[in-house]
Design a protein around this ligand. Structure first.
Ligand SMILES: Cc1ncc(COP(=O)(O)O)c(C=O)c1O
Length: 409
């Protein structure tokens, strides 16, 4: 059996871990045949506990940007770990890293570092409220900004008061945004936006510049803060904040996942205007000032500036998109491919809006057996460690799986 050890581990896990696994890494909600446990990762590949190898299109749900176990980044991490990591005070690397980030990101004049994306989005929310002492926060319906009481997608363990001052609007819809801002009135603290609409289970949407510009203008008119949550898309769209490509500069950006190519660090970056407010909130964590992830982030940023990693990822994603489009046409199976090429969401025609996606699951299960890790309803991530060969191998596998599916249909 392909997943024999994995299944045994799942049985043990069910006894000592709630639900056997929790959060987004619980594979019970995705395609059958997806392994839960892994023992090795290198470059573009993952090996499950049974020794099967996969070209990994999830990249740890984002953190792996330049490939697993990147030698130069991991060397910097390990060297720093052997000198000083978590300590009674930060290392000089913290200042160097804040300087580097403010050089890289146009809107940023300062940086605060933390560990998870939710730390950074929560700090952004608090900073926006501290800025003018206001309460209302605008968030796009269905957008994910983390997993704590004000933003978790599931209500269990929260109370309505946790979201009492959150007003929803439709992404890319200027009218809806304006209506939400009007509802907030004089109490508008900030507007959250994702770099593009990357909600699960539904087609992705690139940002409409008219929407992005209106969000900026509304914040200016009402003296509120514009927050772009870069945690998932940051560094995969641009070497600057993602909306810089449209000439829109936010006041705050939250970053996480890929800042140190898989090592634990996240950040809140902000403009001068928001600096005093950020200085007012009490924000801290035992591991937030650790040196090793900062050393890894410095090397990651250097590589991002010196290489064509982004252009290569876009090229690989385009090769995948074009190839899948051709296969779908040849096999008469309609494949919906949305979002930027380097962060594709790939779903089969009739699957949208619910988890009962028989065809998408069948497609992903088939790919999994052929050594390709695809997700049926979450955007995926191209890694800069992938090569044309990996994409071609993926396309060959997809062709065989879709051929079987068109015979079954
Ligand atoms: C857009 C966005 N914001 C916030 C988060 C939360 O990040 P973390 O899981 O590191 O807390 C995520 C995680 O997937 C995300 O995609």
């Amino acid at each position: 059996m392909r997943l024999e050890k994995d299944m045994k581990l799942r049985e043990r896990a069910a006894k000592v871990i709630p639900n056997g696994m929790y959060g987004h890494q619980n594979v019970s909600l995705i395609a059958p045949g997806t392994p839960q446990f892994f023992t090795r990762a290198e470059g573009a590949y993952l090996w499950d506990v049974d020794g099967n190898r996969y070209v990994d299109y999830m990249c740890g749900y984002g953190p792996q940007l330049l490939g697993y176990c990147h030698p130069e980044i991991d060397r910097a991490y390990c060297e720093q770990l052997s000198r000083i990591d978590v300590a009674t005070g930060p290392t000089p690397l913290m200042v160097e890293l804040a300087e580097k980030w403010t050089e890289l990101v146009t809107h940023a004049d300062w940086a605060m570092f933390c560990k998870n994306g939710t730390d950074a989005t929560t700090m952004a929310l608090m900073t926006a409220r501290a800025y003018r002492g206001r309460k209302k926060i605008l968030i796009a319906t269905g957008a994910y900004h983390g997993a704590t009481t004000w933003c978790t997608p599931f209500p269990d363990g929260t109370v309505p008061e946790d979201r009492a001052h959150i007003i929803h609007y439709e992404y890319n819809n200027v009218e809806s945004l304006e209506k939400a801002a009007e509802e907030a009135g004089d109490d508008l603290a900030g507007i959250f936006a994702s770099p593009f609409k990357h909600d699960v289970l539904t087609d992705q949407q690139l940002p409409d510049p008219a929407y992005a510009k209106r969000a900026r203008a509304l914040c200016d008119e009402k003296d509120a803060l514009l927050i772009v949550d870069e945690i998932r898309a940051g560094l995969r769209i641009a070497r600057d904040a993602s909306w810089s490509l449209m000439g829109v500069e936010p006041d705050l950006t939250s970053w996480g996942k890929s800042l140190a190519n898989g090592h634990p660090i996240s950040a809140l970056l902000g403009s001068e205007k928001a600096k005093a407010a950020a200085g007012k909130i009490y924000a801290t964590g035992s591991f937030w000032f650790a040196g090793a992830a900062m050393a890894a982030s410095l090397v990651t940023l250097k590589i991002l500036q010196e290489t064509d990693y982004l252009e290569r990822m876009i090229g690989l994603g385009t090769r995948l998109r074009t190839g899948l489009g051709e296969i779908g046409q040849r096999r008469s199976i309609s494949i919906r491919q949305t979002g930027p090429e380097q962060m594709p969401l790939i779903m089969l025609a009739d699957d949208q809006g619910n988890l009962d996606m028989q065809r998408g699951f069948a497609f992903c299960s088939g790919l999994m057996e052929k050594g390709v890790y695809f997700h049926p309803w979450h955007n995926m991530f191209i890694s800069a460690a992938m090569t044309d060969k990996d994409i071609d191998m993926t396309l060959e596998a997809a062709d065989r799986v879709l051929a079987d599916m068109s015979v079954d249909a």
